[in-house]
Design a protein around this ligand. Structure first.
Ligand SMILES: C[S@@+](CC[C@H](N)C(=O)[O-])C[C@H]1O[C@@H](n2cnc3c(N)ncnc32)[C@H](O)[C@@H]1O
Length: 212
């Protein structure tokens, strides 16, 4: 398990990259604006990072942000305060594998670029399914393993270990699509996006919603 207290320098670098991560007008950014903007009620955001998604919530939305990294938590409140329409934000120092929320307590969940880096992605998805009410949605964006035999797959093999070290345990070539499909959802709307060269070795991403 990553001890975030001892990863401060790397976390500060990662936070800076994440805070500038949303490319204006890109397919992923448009998807997040639409999908997150459509959520009502109490939304659980797993691994909220620096708060790049806060701007996409409806004005006045209630967001419970789960974030175990203290460097990321420093950014969250500041990001929210800088917004024209801040959300009702509650920041919790926890991990997604063990949520302190009752069954069905959330109307929806958001997880962007998180399942690749949590210790136990199966446990996190089980928890999401437990705390999101029936009919509620999980909005997800994840980078995934490149197609077998591609140049990007070779690049991912090369960078796998340094990337894991630099980015707090992130598994650059995780097959998160198979993971998501292994759960029973009422509906799973998943599509593939290729960010092209700008996305470097994390150019292959999956975006979509999973309905509980
Ligand atoms: C790559 S960042 C993505 C942040 C943000 N969602 C975004 O899209 O910019 C992954 C985030 O997940 C958090 N994280 C790591 N392990 C976690 C866990 N077990 N449960 C919840 N969040 C976790 C990290 O601290 C980090 O903020």
């Amino acid at each position: 398990m990553i001890d975030f207290e001892h990863q401060r320098i790397r976390s500060r670098i990662e936070a800076r990259l994440l805070a500038n991560g949303d490319r204006r007008g890109s397919e992923v950014t448009r998807f997040k604006a639409d999908a997150i903007g459509a959520l009502d009620g109490t939304v659980l955001e797993i691994g909220a990072g620096t708060g790049v998604n806060l701007r996409w919530y409806r004005p006045g939305a209630t967001v419970i942000a789960i974030e175990p990294n203290p460097i990321m938590r420093e950014h969250l409140a500041a990001t929210n305060a800088s917004l024209e329409h801040p959300v009702e934000l509650e920041i919790r120092d926890r991990r997604g594998e063990q949520l302190d929320l009752a069954d069905g307590a959330a109307d929806a969940a958001v997880s962007t670029l998180v399942l690749c880096g949590v210790d136990d992605p199966v446990a996190v998805l089980e928890e999401v399914r437990r705390v999101v009410r029936p009919g509620g949605r999980l909005v997800f964006v994840e980078h995934v393993a490149a197609p077998i035999g591609s140049r990007t797959a070779r690049a991912q093999r090369l960078v796998r270990r340094p990337h894991h070290w630099m980015f707090n345990g992130c598994r650059v070539d995780q097959d998160t699509e198979t993971l998501l499909r292994s759960f029973e959802w009422t509906d799973l709307d998943l599509r593939h996006v290729d960010l092209g060269r700008a996305g470097a070795y994390v150019r292959h991403q999956i975006i979509g919603t999973a309905t509980r």
